[in-house]
Design a protein around this ligand. Structure first.
Ligand code: KG4
Ligand code: ZN
Length: 348
């Protein structure tokens, strides 16, 4: 296979159908359709609606991605599709489509880890990765700290959330104060207008014995409960709630934990680069605080632009490109979706 393999990437882990083409580390096209509007009125993702939407969107998205890249499907060197973690029904649609293409065009197929893809995509934007770095993945379903040597072959999980993911916690607070779903961006916008010192909420695993025992782990469910208790207490006593200050105090607690632990991991492991991925990396306070704290320690922060932070095909194609270039064997033809795919497993 060429040193600059042409990879077709297919993403279908949740509510986005994404197809992208990458040659080596150069992005040729990246097309995404989302079914979020269909879920919003239910206040959460409805798996069956998501699966059906993938089925309906796949061919139009594929056609557009191939046209924009200006390549023919039989020219591609390999196909990469998201094998997990994610919703089984959604993954099944993308994997089935990928298998059909692999058989029809006689191409090798790689079922890759969607979450690791959230970091891999950064190489398309910011160039080659350093020899080792710390990865922070923050999304609606994941909050993880990773140490990465080679992104295709050497990924170690340092820590994870013990309960809610950062985006999930924001969505739950959004629900509590009545924002549309998903609440994350709304809570972020309100927080930016509030006083982050007005209400101090607890930092999960940030004190006492837990601070050492869970030094790279996160916990946001106690914080969410504290916010809910605060709202109830204010309502009971007839006080108006300043939602901007509430969101600012809550956002500060989440981002204080995320950034302190990420920068600590970089220092502990002697890494001078942090790469951030996942939809929550759109959070304005995360971007600001992480940059500030990392720079104070001489650590560089790489964050891809927002369109590459939410789920997309480029992240799958990018990781596929790393996997192919590392000489990893294609996935067995009978592989299926792995909804809980381990973060140390890059490829099926
Ligand atoms: O990675 P992603 O697109 O989907 C997966 O979970 O895989 O992340 C979506 C999550 C949602 O929870 C959403 O509310 C949150 O990221 N999010 C934000 C912001 N933008 C998206 N949370 C806080 N602040 C934001 N600006
Ligand atoms: Zn994702």
């Amino acid at each position: 296979m060429s040193a600059q393999p042409l990879i077709l990437g297919i993403e279908s882990t949740c509510d986005e159908t994404g197809v992208a083409l990458v040659r080596g580390k150069t992005l040729l096209s990246n097309v995404v359709a989302t079914s979020m509007d269909e879920h919003a009125r239910y206040g959460g993702i409805i798996p069956e609606i998501a699966s059906r939407a993938h089925l309906e969107s796949f061919l139009p998205v594929l056609t557009q991605a191939v046209e924009q890249a200006g390549v023919a499907l039989d020219e591609i060197d390999a196909i990469a599709c998201a094998a997990g973690p994610g919703l089984v029904g959604s993954l099944t649609v993308g994997i089935s489509a990928a298998k059909a293409l692999a058989v029809a065009f006689d191409k090798p197929l790689y079922g890759v880890n969607h979450v690791i893809g959230h970091l891999a995509v950064d190489a398309l934007v910011d160039g080659d990765f350093p020899e080792e770095f710390i990865g922070l993945i923050v999304s609606g379903g994941h909050s993880n700290l990773l140490h990465i040597g080679n992104i295709a072959t050497d990924v170690k999980e340092l820590g994870a959330t013990l309960d809610d993911a950062a985006g999930e916690a924001f969505d739950k607070v959004g629900r509590l104060i009545g924002t549309p779903y998903p609440g994350g961006p709304h809570v972020d916008r309100l927080a930016a207008q509030g006083d982050r010192r007005a209400i101090r909420f607890p930092r999960g695993l940030g004190a006492g014995k837990d601070k050492e025992r869970y030094k790279y782990d996160f916990s946001f469910s106690g914080l969410k409960t504290a916010v809910s208790r605060y709202v109830k207490a204010m309502e009971k006593t007839g006080h108006d709630i300043n939602t901007k200050d509430l969101c600012a105090g809550f956002s500060e607690a989440v981002n204080d934990s995320l950034t302190a632990k990420t920068v600590r991991a970089a220092k502990d492991y002697g890494c001078s680069t942090i790469v951030v991925g996942g939809g929550f990396s759109a959070n304005s306070r995360l971007r600001e605080l992480l940059t500030e704290r990392a720079h104070a320690q001489g650590v560089e922060v790489r964050m891809p632009p927002l369109k590459f932070c939410t789920d997309n095909g480029a992240q799958i194609a990018a990781l596929g490109s790393f996997v192919v270039q590392a000489g990893i064997a294609p996935s067995p033809r009978d592989f299926g979706p792995d909804s809980q795919m381990s973060l140390t497993k890059t490829c099926m």
